[in-house]
Design a protein around this ligand. Structure first.
Ligand code: G
Ligand code: G
Ligand code: NA
Ligand code: MN
Length: 253
């Protein structure tokens, strides 16, 4: 069996599991959200990381099934946390190719409805692994999502195909600074300068700004001084199964 057909079968059999990595408000250190990160609980090979199967899924179109499944699980979890009085916003990763699907806003609206989740609690993190072919269409899809009240974040900002022109043409609510700039920002002054510039750019455009890859207390302090709003990374917590994040939230409250 090829990995591709195994993956299709695994998705159908419900083998995708969603982990959650919390984010904190940099100024208060209080939990302010979580990112949904998919894993594949493979029957023989164990828990597989997304870099083993997401690129293949993007090549084969299976990514659309994965996006729908992760969205569904994440919204169910938002509803569960809300019942436990943790109103935690959750971010879901969306490949840029979803922005060429004119039906995507309706799919998201139906999922929010099914789980009775307020759109403000959902953020879509757009990652561009390729250039967006149809900018007009992408603008319409993003407009449809924004009108519903869903938040839009540009993931891995400053790397790959993510372009400053998008901030003018398709303004998001949030920028997520790629971890490659954040991880060594206290040792490498060029990295620190880049993080500072992205934080300033975001704040001047009135966007939220999130740093990922925060691995040390000194990085968290430096981000506080730069005025970065939110932080995510191993220093705060690794990605956790939902039940473990529920316990972590209880401890952080
Ligand atoms: O969790 P981890 O750091 O191993 O994730 C590795 C990469 O896989 C990250 O860049 C992340 O954006 C991507 N990824 C994780 N979960 C999802 C998902 O549900 N959908 C998509 N498209 N990418 C994901
Ligand atoms: O950009 P992306 O959505 O892939 O980022 C999420 C991924 O980054 C997850 O796979 C997660 O395991 C990983 N990650 C999260 N925090 C850290 C960190 O502090 N350092 C490193 N190196 N990776 C991290
Ligand atoms: Na992400
Ligand atoms: Mn990222």
């Amino acid at each position: 069996l090829s990995l591709q057909s195994e993956l299709r079968q695994g998705i159908e059999r419900g083998e995708l599991v969603v982990f959650y990595q919390p984010k904190v408000d940099v100024a208060t250190r209080m939990p302010c959200g979580a990112e949904a990160l998919v894993r594949w609980q493979h029957p023989e090979r164990g828990l597989l990381a997304p870099d083993v199967f997401i690129p293949l899924a993007e090549e084969t179109g299976l990514i659309d099934l994965i996006t729908a499944e992760v969205l569904d699980q994440a919204l169910a979890q938002i509803a569960r946390w809300a019942e436990l009085h943790h109103e935690l916003p959750v971010s879901v990763n969306i490949p840029a190719r979803s922005l060429s699907d004119a039906t995507f806003p309706a799919t998201v609206a139906a999922a929010l409805d099914r789980h009775r989740v307020r759109p403000e609690l959902l953020t879509l993190e757009i990652t561009e692994s390729a250039v967006i072919a149809d900018m007009m269409r992408a603008g319409e899809v993003l407009g449809g999502l924004r009108e519903q009240g869903v938040n839009i974040s540009i993931d891995d900002f400053g790397t790959g195909y993510s372009s400053i022109a998008h901030l003018r043409d398709m303004p998001p609510h949030e920028l997520k600074i790629d971890r490659s700039f954040v991880m060594k920002m206290c040792e490498n002054s060029r990295d620190e300068t880049i993080v500072r510039a992205v934080v300033d750019l975001a704040r001047n455009l009135r966007l939220r700004v999130v740093a990922e890859g925060v691995e040390t207390e000194s990085a968290l302090q430096a981000l506080d001084e730069l005025g970065c709003h939110e932080a995510q990374g191993y220093h705060i917590s690794r990605p956790l199964p939902a039940a473990d994040l529920t316990a972590w939230l209880a401890g952080a409250a």
